[in-house]
Design a protein around this ligand. Structure first.
Ligand SMILES: [Zn+2]
Length: 229
């Protein structure tokens, strides 16, 4: 590869077949966050590093994300039976990626994680990232599908620390709001706001989000009734 201002090639050793390969990663100094959505989706000015988070081995098709933990010994045997042997093709996702390529890489990583029985929290994070990629494509139907899947995984998830627990509680309420389950969103946000042990950070997120939602909802209802200008 010639020098590329946007990408560098990271050398990987495949956990499954142990072969070496190189895969593109976005250069951190080319990835500038300009804002963040209410479900923590970072919006980038130019390059989006999310597209390059999953490395896919071009030799055997094993897909790896740094958050995976079951990448050794007996888990590889299950992955071989449930994933590698079922794989119909060996995708080549080692160079510049489209959003569709990135979605493919996450779907493969999801299958590997599911085969290895990784924690629901990890599967929930993958589903949420797939929803974000569909949001970038304005594909609302698929976005909602993956937001629902993410919420389901988060409802079964446990975090290792207080910050993680609060993030799961907030995301559960936030995703409920996004998928139109308003009752569940209301319950979730009021639980956060009524819990004295929740940090100011998540209390503030929850209060702002719920107030903004109620404000927008009232405006919409007002427009329907011909009250607003
Ligand atoms: Zn491999």
């Amino acid at each position: 590869m010639k020098f590329n201002v946007n990408y560098y090639q990271k050398e990987m050793t495949c956990h499954f077949c142990k072969k070496l390969y190189k895969t593109y990663k976005a250069r951190p100094n080319r990835c500038k966050i300009i804002k963040e959505d209410t479900d923590f989706m970072p919006i980038y000015k130019d390059l989006n590093p999310l597209l390059y988070e999953v490395a896919v081995c071009p030799h055997c098709g094993y897909a790896y994300h740094h958050s995976m933990t079951r990448t050794y010994g007996p888990f590889l045997l299950i992955i071989e039976q449930l994933y590698i042997e079922e794989l119909q093709f060996k995708p080549d996702l080692c160079a510049e990626r489209t959003i569709d390529d990135a979605l493919m890489s996450y779907k493969l990583a999801y299958l590997v994680a599911k085969a290895a029985m990784e924690e629901p929290l990890l599967l929930g994070n993958f589903a949420l990232k797939m929803a974000w990629l569909y949001r970038l494509q304005n594909n609302t139907r698929q976005e909602l599908h993956y937001l629902k899947a993410a919420r389901e995984f988060y409802s079964q998830s446990f975090a290792k620390n207080k910050e993680g627990e609060e993030r799961i509680k907030y995301l559960h309420a936030e995703l409920s709001l996004r998928i139109g389950d308003i009752d569940e969103a209301r319950k979730g946000f009021s639980r956060i706001l009524g819990d004295r042990n929740i940090s100011n950070k998540y209390r503030k997120y929850a209060r702002n989000r719920w107030e903004d939602y109620r404000h927008d909802y009232k405006e919409q209802e007002g427009e329907k009734d011909g009250i607003s200008i």
